[in-house]
Design a protein around this ligand. Sequence first.
Ligand SMILES: [Zn+2]
Ligand SMILES: [Zn+2]
Length: 119
Amino acid sequence: MADCDLCSVSIPTVVPIRVFVPRFKNSYPEGIWKGLCEPCLKAAKETADKMTASSCGTAGKCDLCGAIAQLQPVQISRPSFSKGEEEDTAMLCKNCLVAVQEADKSWQKEKEKEQQEHH
Ligand SMILES: [Zn+2]
Ligand SMILES: [Zn+2]
């Protein structure tokens, strides 16, 4: 089992996404791997697709890489014991949103490959 790094849901497979953590820049110059569940990936990608050069965002700490940056809101739902799930907003920096778009591309490709192999 793996945990989604945004909503912390436990699922068998998360979508791998490579982010650059400023704090680990020296020990991990290539970035580190995080994992998102598909709903979070989709929500983050929607935000990334809507993002334009002029969207300035809100200053704060990125929920994925911990960078202090301009952040864009991503609507997610967290698992909640009382309500099943709970709407929440994750804040991601532009670097992570770009990483999400990349991760989504390769994930879709993986899925296509898998489907073809099963036919
Ligand atoms: Zn998630
Ligand atoms: Zn980030």
